[in-house]
Design a protein around this ligand. Structure first.
Ligand SMILES: [Fe+2]
Length: 157
């Protein structure tokens, strides 16, 4: 069979896939962090936060699939283990958070970290005219910017 040719050279495909792997690792880690908070949140805001966290991790569960499949479409292997994700992810893991306000603060930091990852990787896709990856990155950036704003609003900031 002939070599893959979607009009993006091999080096650019590898570079974009590496960036998307970073995005995948960050998103999967934040998915788990949000699920953890859904389970362990306590206090008078329990019901609202429990439900909001569920909405957020459910959205990310769909997103990780789209990101991983884009990496595959670029001809690269998608990382899919906790070992790889922990090496790649820039999200700081915070295992002992139980206070609801602290959870919101941690999530603001995590969503803003993800926004920065999207912004770092986006030019790699744009420079290679990889509109498919650029569109995905732009959508993820907007989602995490909006979520960070909403979480900050809940904190009164
Ligand atoms: Fe649940």
């Amino acid at each position: 069979m002939e070599a893959m040719n979607i009009g993006i050279n091999e080096q650019d495909r590898a570079r974009i896939a590496q960036g998307l792997s970073q995005l995948l690792a960050d998103t999967y880690t934040l998915y788990l962090q949000t699920h953890n908070f859904h389970w362990n949140v306590t206090g008078p805001m329990f019901h609202a936060l429990h439900a909001m966290f569920e909405q957020q991790y459910t959205e990310m569960a769909v997103a990780v699939d789209d990101i991983a499949e884009r990496i595959r479409a670029l001809g690269a292997r998608a990382p899919g283990s906790y070992l790889e994700f922990s090496k790649l992810s820039k999200i700081k893991e915070q295992p002992d958070v139980s206070d609801a306000t602290a959870m919101l603060q941690v999530l603001v930091q995590s969503h803003e970290t993800l926004v920065r990852t999207c912004r770092e990787v986006l030019p790699l896709a744009q420079e290679a005219a990889d509109e498919s990856s650029a569109g995905l990155l732009a959508d993820r950036m907007a989602l995490h910017e909006k979520t960070a704003w909403m979480l900050r609003a809940m904190l009164g900031s």
